[in-house]
Design a protein around this ligand. Structure first.
Ligand SMILES: Nc1nc2c(ncn2[C@@H]2O[C@H](COP(=O)(O)OP(=O)(O)O)[C@@H](O)[C@H]2O)c(=O)[nH]1
Ligand SMILES: [Mg+2]
Length: 256
């Protein structure tokens, strides 16, 4: 038994068809977990679905960002919210069904064993990438090899957006103030974690193809993200200090 409080952060853009089942599965996985959905005013009504879920369960929270778009900055906003609200750790994961909620406990379990950052990995023994597209699986392997070398880390799955962060790790890396707006945040924060000498672990996950809705990660976003990896290594280390409370850069509505 552990008394620490963990928050699962789910960034969403047009996930109205997925968000209910993902939220329910996360909440069922562990009765002590809370969920924060960070939605960028999705036109498909994702926030309205979550509002209803929040009415039925006090463990569901919703942040709607009115003037911002980005998987990365949405996650960062969730990190800031978690620290501000006193959570002991955060699991960030996709809300499209690709990241299986059953793995949340594995990630938190490793963090409780003493790791600061725990990465859900497709590329360690026991992990798997069940996407149908061979080209996407191939791209994952190649881009990971590149990211590993460019960042100088030993992590196998540098691209994974399924990660657990202890409160200490969030504060040490100042994760709420990551610069990357898009998916490149995974590399930026990994580098910050490495530079801060945090203990990083990987646990195997089975990554599955989303069944409903569409990927928002276009080819050019992917290429831009990969190009930014090399420049990250050359960047100056972020100065780490105690994290300021709320870090929002634009109007945000926190409904619950
Ligand atoms: N808040 C927010 N979430 C996003 C944005 N883009 C993608 N997401 C969410 O990030 C997760 C992964 O996005 P997805 O499009 O499936 O990317 P892929 O899995 O790499 O193809 C999903 O939960 C998306 O809804 C965005 O601009 N803002
Ligand atoms: Mg996806």
């Amino acid at each position: 038994m552990s008394n620490d409080r963990w928050l699962v952060v789910l960034p969403t853009y047009n996930e109205a068809d997925n968000i209910s089942s993902v939220c329910s599965a996360v909440l069922e996985a562990d009765p002590d977990l809370h969920v924060l959905v960070v939605d960028d005013a999705s036109p498909d009504g994702t926030a309205e679905v979550v509002e209803q879920l929040a009415c039925d369960d006090p463990r569901v929270h919703l942040m709607v960002r009115l003037n911002q778009r980005g998987r990365g900055s949405a996650g960062a906003a969730g990190f800031g919210w978690a620290v501000h609200h006193g959570f002991d750790g955060v699991v960030e994961m996709d809300a499209d069904g690709s990241h299986c909620p059953d793995h949340v406990r594995d990630l938190i379990g490793q963090a409780r064993e003493g790791y600061d950052v725990v990465i859900g990995s497709r590329l360690v023994a026991g992990g798997a990438d069940h996407r149908r597209s061979r080209s996407r699986r191939w791209l994952t392997r190649v881009s990971n090899a590149y990211a590993r070398i460019a960042l100088g880390v030993e992590v196998r799955d540098c691209n994974s957006g399924f990660r657990a962060w202890t409160r200490r790790a969030l504060q040490t890396t100042d994760a709420a103030h990551a610069k990357s707006v898009g998916p490149a945040i995974v590399h930026e924060l990994l580098l910050r974690a490495k530079r801060s000498k945090l203990r990083i672990a990987e646990v195997p996950i089975k990554f599955v193809e989303r069944e409903r809705g569409e990927s928002k990660l276009g080819f050019f976003t992917l290429v831009r993200g990969m190009l930014s990896v090399a420049s990250l290594r050359l960047s100056r280390p972020a100065v780490n200090a105690a994290m300021p409370a709320d870090s929002d850069r634009s109007p945000t509505v926190v409904l619950r």
